[in-house]
Design a binder for this molecule. Structure first.
Ligand code: SF4
Length: 235
């Protein structure tokens, strides 16, 4: 399936009534600071370079961030934090990620989330994660040059293993989630793990700008290690 088709599927998806209702209500009520904005209010597809070798996978749109702007990690503090690191490591042309008109271009990178609708309290239910997984699966399949993944947080980490299991790649025991973990399962996309750039992590210093830059630098090294038309990678 072409990436454009996957995007249309995502935008039109209504699988999770709780999330759809929440996103629509937030788009209606708005936050006072954004009262003049027209909220996107629909599922948010991934964004970036169609020929990306790196997928950066987060958790979900933020209610007043991507649910407002229609682009992942755009219009909120988490996006600012992430894009500063992506810019510093050459995966983005700029650190600014305010809205769809801001001129941001991702370079060799694609940005996506495990679920595409903002969940209340940033906590999707397991059934909602399961509902959305086929869309992630389709998106990764539609990125023909994909060579490595950065998982932002534990839920993205779990989704990575689920993607691999669907490709008949299993690792036992699975490594314990921790920031900076690098996994190289045979025949699969290598993975680098980061804490999620949520304000809960960035405000407390659990995740610093340097830590995220280091993760993306590691991802860059993994990409550079691979031959252009190398071994079978997770498909
Ligand atoms: S979270 Fe995913 S599966 Fe659920 S409604 Fe949104 S796009 Fe559809």
């Amino acid at each position: 399936m072409a990436l454009s088709t996957v995007r249309r599927q995502i935008i039109g998806c209504e699988e999770c009534p709780r999330l759809r209702a929440y996103c629509a209500r937030i788009a209606q009520d708005k936050r006072a600071a954004f009262r003049n904005d027209v909220y996107w209010g629909r599922p948010v597809p991934g964004f970036g370079d169609r020929r990306a070798r790196l997928l950066v996978l987060g958790l979900a749109p933020a209610a007043h961030g991507a649910n407002r702007t229609g682009r992942p990690f755009t219009g909120d503090r988490s996006g600012d934090f992430l894009m500063a690191a992506m810019h510093e490591t050459g995966f983005a042309n700029q650190a600014l990620c305010r809205d769809k008109q801001d001129g941001l271009v991702l370079i060799d990178a694609y940005l996506s989330t495990v679920v595409r609708c903002a969940p209340p309290d940033n906590r999707p239910a397991p059934t909602e994660i399961a509902n959305c997984h086929p869309l992630l699966q389709a998106e990764t399949t539609a990125l023909p040059r994909l060579k490595a993944i950065v998982a932002l947080g534990k839920i993205a980490y779990d989704s990575y293993w689920r993607l691999l299991a669907e490709r008949d790649i299993t690792v036992r025991p699975r490594p314990r989630f921790h920031h900076g973990l690098v996994c190289r399962p045979p025949g699969a996309w290598p993975l680098v793990v980061s804490y999620h750039p949520s304000q809960q992590n960035t405000h407390t210093g659990r995740l610093t700008p340097t830590m995220l830059v280091d993760v993306l630098t590691t991802a860059r090294t993994l990409l550079d290690e691979q031959r252009p038309h190398g071994a079978r990678l997770g498909r």
